[in-house]
Design a protein around this ligand. Structure first.
Ligand code: GLN
Length: 228
């Protein structure tokens, strides 16, 4: 049983990123792999036993509440160090960095990725297309944020931006390690880019999974390619 932990959806659920768990569960099911999705409130301790942890986008104040809760016991960092997969979108991605700076204050992040986030000078809203070395096809999504994210020397970008803004710095989007992925793409990103869901499943299972025939996803991928 694959354990998918949806973290603080009541805080990190503003942009519909909760759908990422549905896509993972569905695509695991296509391979006859059972997956359970568990919602964890910010009032509850984070389980240590997750195979995949998901964080979504949020308003600034909500994201700070989430950060405070996630700091307790460094459970997410410990799980990631042991190989659990983490997918974090926008505010969630910002929380995984070393520093999150607002107009009023500076906060230490959770430290899973060597990135730091600070206020930008305008809101970055709209469609976004990126090219990640992990995938043959460009990925698409939408973004809506005002902070910008700078990669530290240890960080590897998730993708380069084809159109839109992403991190808002150096034409890059997100950051990643072997099992931790941060990006600015809402969508939900896994619904728009199912190959990303399959990669996360493979990383979580530690083995490759069978390709599946999914006509709707194939059509959608063709449409995405035509967009670029
Ligand atoms: N509050 C953050 C920002 O504006 C994140 C927004 C989001 O998650 N979409 O930068």
């Amino acid at each position: 049983m694959l354990e998918i932990i949806r973290i603080h959806n009541e805080l990190l659920g503003t942009y519909g990123d909760r759908g990422n768990s549905d896509v993972l569960q569905y695509r695991a099911g296509l391979r006859k792999i059972k997956a359970r999705v568990t919602d964890i409130s910010y009032l509850d301790p984070l389980p240590r036993t997750g195979d995949i942890y998901l964080l979504g986008g949020a308003e600034d104040a909500a994201q700070l509440l989430s950060l405070t809760a996630l700091r307790k016991g460094s459970i997410l960092a410990r799980a990631a160090n042991k190989g659990a997969v983490v997918l974090a979108i926008c505010a969630g991605f910002q929380l995984l960095g070393t520093k999150y700076i607002t107009r009023d204050e500076e906060f230490a992040g959770l430290g899973l990725l060597d990135v730091s986030t600070a206020p930008g000078d305008k809101r970055l809203v709209g469609d976004i297309a990126v090219k990640s070395p992990l995938f043959e096809l460009p990925l698409t999504g939408f973004e809506n944020h005002s902070s910008v994210t700078t990669l530290g020397s240890e960080a590897k970008p998730f993708a380069s931006v084809i159109s839109g803004n992403g991190n808002g710095v150096a034409g890059l989007d997100g950051a990643m390690s072997e099992n931790v992925f941060g990006t600015y793409l809402h969508g939900p990103v896994l619904a728009r880019n199912p190959e990303f869901a399959d990669l996360l499943l493979e990383r979580a299972l530690g083995t490759s999974i069978e390709p599946v025939v999914d006509d709707l996803a194939t059509e959608y991928a063709k449409w995405r390619r035509a967009l670029i």
